[in-house]
Design a protein around this ligand. Sequence first.
Ligand code: LMR
Length: 352
Amino acid sequence: MKSYLGIALMVIVGMAAALLIGFHPMLSQAPTSYDDEQEGFDTQIVIKFSHVVAENTPKGLAAQEFARLVKEKTNDRVKVEVYPNGVLYSEVDEIDALQQGSVQMIAPSFPNLSELVPSWMALDLPFAFPTNEAVQEAFEGPIGSTLFGQLERVNMVGMAYWGNGFKQITSNKGPIIHPIDLKGQHFRTMRSKLLDAEFRLFDMRTTEMPFNQVYRSYENGTVDGGENSISNIYTKKFYQVQKYMTISNHGYLGYAVLMNRTFWKKLPYDVQLQIQEAMKATTQWANQNAILMNQKQLEDIKNESRIQIYTLTPAERKEWLDAWAPIYSQYESYIGTDIIKMIRQLQQKYGS
Ligand code: LMR
């Protein structure tokens, strides 16, 4: 009984204090600084967006721009929290995290999806896209929509394709000019059977390894080299621990921007539209920016390091193209004849 009286007394004192402090004009505090954690606390929708690369990369910048545009277009109703550098999940576990709803968005590079949906190996085929225009057409045309259509059954929605850039070869053993130069080398590969098979064709060892372990492995010699975009080679400072780089443009590194499907379907329709608008604007900007970043960062690598850079001549490029040609037929049954056909058409249109 006594304790009930005590509680009642505390409530009355508390309310009186709130009235005095909260409503008396002279006693009220100056407005606190803006805090988006508090505004609309019970209605704000939070999207956790996890990725593995640095913030100053095409994907890192695109994720931040998307977050900014979503905030603007939804008038703060939706907040996108971006977690870069694999601080939440590496590429090994981010897909599971998305499917389970631990995060709502990720943007894995294409190889990481091919484990779950093998047809995605299409985008990793050697020399699949001759130019950036061909890449854009693949993203925006039937190749892109067919691959997105296959994500539904794994509880994902494909929101957009973000480009990074063409892949180059780096190694501590070189120079690498002809496919034979890779013989006996040990390469780090991204998570993809197809990419693994590409390198194994050349009588070499491969080890699949998460992105954030690559620098250390180059540095301590666990592996000799690997493939990546200029932007990743620059921002992760691979050029400081690799002696040779071959500008081969032998494959394309890009991202599928994905949302958990259950989460997406529960979003109010108007919010879905605003998010789509934000994504469209981000993607247009991001895919142009990625090209510029890769161009600029190649110059930065040249200026800031002593890595030896070799650019394949057209005849040397043809040697690699021919050496990798069997991969197309070996993986056709996983990728699908239709998609391979569409890629062949793009190659004819833009010159392989
Ligand atoms: C890599 O594993 O090297 C890349 O896929 C990382 C990335 O997301 O760009």
